[in-house]
Design a protein around this ligand. Structure first.
Ligand SMILES: *[C@@H]1O[C@H](CO)[C@@H](O)[C@H](O)[C@H]1NC(C)=O
Ligand SMILES: *[C@@H]1O[C@H](CO)[C@@H](O)[C@H](O)[C@H]1NC(C)=O
Ligand SMILES: *[C@@H]1O[C@H](CO)[C@@H](O)[C@H](O)[C@H]1NC(C)=O
Ligand SMILES: *[C@@H]1O[C@H](CO)[C@@H](O)[C@H](O)[C@H]1NC(C)=O
Length: 179
């Protein structure tokens, strides 16, 4: 009986806790670019809060109540804007904006929450990241050149040496004499 009650409660509760999702647009935000944090699968919004990190007062970016001007929190991000559908827009992205963002929404049927991890890519430093692979490539190329030069030198020296040892007939002659 208790189990059934628990299952019923969990089933009622699950949509309230797992229903909404955050979709980033664009998917790969860049430094100096902007991002829309779009809340999907939500209807009948009464109010919402956006946070940097966990949903706690000191992390609040802003609070939005339908038909009222948004209230900025301690972690307000310059020029960020909220829309009635829950979306948060952040312009002029900086590298240190990266991290977890949480939205908490009050709808007519309850409270829902979701988070998303924002990464902000920087073409300048990300190129540096790519060059780790480039460095390995360069090391291998240099190694290949060194090996082929060493191989060529070895071949030339060996050829010279065998030329110097010629004619082998002398050796045969010597050997014959010795015998
Ligand atoms: C971002 O903007 C700043 C200031 O305009 C500029 O110095 C920097 O190079 C820009 N970075 C990128 C990756 O566009
Ligand atoms: C919410 O509104 C913003 C701004 O108008 C829009 O970009 C976004 O697509 C909307 N989100 C949904 C889920 O419709
Ligand atoms: C983000 O959401 C996941 C899954 O719902 C949860 O496990 C995690 O604790 C959340 N992170 C934060 C910082 O709230
Ligand atoms: C936000 O804007 C103010 C005023 O323009 C500026 O002084 C401050 O440095 C900005 N903060 C960030 C994190 O960009």
């Amino acid at each position: 009986m208790f189990c059934i009650a628990l299952i019923v409660i969990l089933n009622l509760w699950a949509p309230l806790t797992n229903g909404i999702k955050i979709h980033l647009e664009p998917g790969n935000p860049m430094v100096n670019g902007s991002v829309y944090m779009i809340v999907t699968d939500v209807t009948n919004i009464r109010s919402f809060n956006w946070y940097r990190g966990e949903a706690m007062a000191s992390n609040q970016i802003l609070n939005y109540i339908t038909n009222l001007p948004p209230v900025h929190g301690d972690k307000y991000i310059n020029n960020s804007v909220a829309f009635a559908n829950g979306t948060l827009f952040i312009p002029n992205l900086q590298k240190d904006y990266a991290g977890i963002y949480t939205v908490q929404i009050q709808t007519i049927s309850g409270s829902e929450q979701a988070n998303v991890t924002l990464t902000v890519s920087d073409p300048a430093t990300d190129q540096g990241g790519l060059s780790a692979g480039a460095i390995i490539g360069i090391v291998f190329s240099v190694l290949a050149v060194v090996l082929s030069v060493a191989g060529a030198v070895f071949y030339v020296l060996k050829k010279k040496k065998s030329n110097r040892n010629e004619p082998p007939q002398n050796l045969d002659a010597y050997e014959t004499v010795k015998a």
